[in-house]
Structure formats: C-alpha cells, structure tokens
Design a protein around this ligand. Sequence first.
Ligand code: HEM
Length: 231
Amino acid sequence: MTDIEIRANILDAFFAGTDTTANLFCFVTYYLCHYPEVKQKMLAEIDSIFPPNSSFQLTHSDLSKLKYCEAIIKEVDRLCPVANILARYPSEPIEVGGYQWPADTQFQIDLAIIHRHKDYWINPEIFDPDRFFLDNKSESYLNVKNDDLKDDHNEKENQKTGQKYSFIMFGGGIRICPGRKLAMIELFSLMVYVFGKYDVELIDMEAPLKTKSSIITTCQELMVKIKPRNL
Ligand code: HEM
C-alpha cells in the first residue's frame, strides 16, 4: 500500500469505528433504562458469566456467551440504526422496482425503513430483543417463509425474520462492515463494565431520545446518573 492508502485506511477505522459504537452504546443505554425487565434479564446473563465482586478477565470466549446482550444490541440497532444509509452503484444498467437505471446511478438504502418494514417484522415498532434471542423459528417472529436465505454473513438474522437482508446493521455483501466483530466485542465489554458494575438511570425519563442523522445517526444528549450497583 502507498502512504496515502495507509492513511486512508487508518482514517476509515477511526471515523467508521468510533462514533458508530459510541452512539450505539448511548442508544442501548436509553432503551435499557426504559425497559427494566430487559435490563434485569441482561444483568442476570452478565452476572452469570462475569460474577460481580470476582476478579474476572474479559476473554473473547466469555464475551461470545453474551447472547442476550447480543440480542439487545441488534434490537436497538434495528429500531435506531446508527449507520442509517448504505450506498450502492451498479456497474451496469439495471432494473430496480420496475424501472431501468443507467450504470453508476447511486442507490441509497435506508436501514430504518427496512428494519421496521411490516413485510419482514411482526409488530415492527415494538422493542423486543427476544426477536434475536429465542430460537422460535416457526411462529411470531417469522413473517415471510423464504427458502433462499443463504447469505455469508447475515444468515442467522435472515432466518429469524425469514427474509434475506431484512436486518443489515453491518451492511452486506463484499462491502460489509469489516469492523463488525470488533464493534460487538467493544459493545459487549462496555455492557459488562458499565452495567455489570453500575446502576445507570436517565435523569429525565420523559425526554425522547435526541438524535441527529447524517451519514450516521448520533445521540445529541443523554443525561444519566451513575452509582455503584447495590450487590
Ligand atoms: C456498531 C458499530 C458499527 C456499525 C453499526 C457499523 C456499520 C457499518 C455499515 C452499515 C457499513 C456499510 C456496509 C455496506 O456498505 O454494506 C460499514 C462500513 C464500514 N465500517 Fe462499520 N460499523 C460499525 C463499527 C465499525 C468499526 C469498529 C470499524 C473499524 C474499526 C468499522 C469500519 C468500517 C469500514 C472501514 C467500513 C467501510 C467498508 C467498505 O466500504 O468496504 N466499522 N459499517
């Protein structure tokens, strides 16, 4: 790689890799404060793997046991996608939506619309991490039965919704987010260290989540009070 390419790659990792996880963690905090039963279930999982008042080490193998935490992160991003737009340019003329489009047309894919589309999700407006947690493939979490769900990266989520690309938190195909595993490790670690050790409450439970969307959706303000957990 040339120096310019190395610099561009480092900047990519900084820009694409810091505000995404930081803002998504704010959204996770907001939802946990509004759904105490979800928070309790999360704490039970964290405490069972990283017992409080013990000198645990954060290992990758233990973090990957946090299946309910994973479900929370996905459900929060489904409703509030931190990366909200994907862009694609077809290299050849293409038909999309019944129209012919020339090569190099820019298509923008709106994650918030797809993640809440009633064709793919039951009760899409309802916050329910169990969508990504329960192995209940037959009933309420499937809207569409589709045999063609094979996809290298999103297969597990696709199977739960029954539709290819219905959940695209990290994009898909060859441009899928290269930082996705690191992002999940960061978010799991934050959940263990912050919620496992501290009680986090919103200052104003009535205040809506204040966001601003451009390339990514950012959290404008989230006032919280934090105290050590009463264990
Ligand atoms: C919660 C955290 C994150 C989310 C939701 C997220 C989401 C995404 C999405 C949706 C894309 C576009 C994929 C596509 O076009 O199909 C993307 C691309 C990218 N992400 Fe992430 N990302 C996150 C964290 C990270 C981290 C931690 C890094 C690196 C340290 C990173 C580096 C990148 C880079 C370099 C690209 C551009 C890939 C390309 O165009 O080939 N991301 N990310």
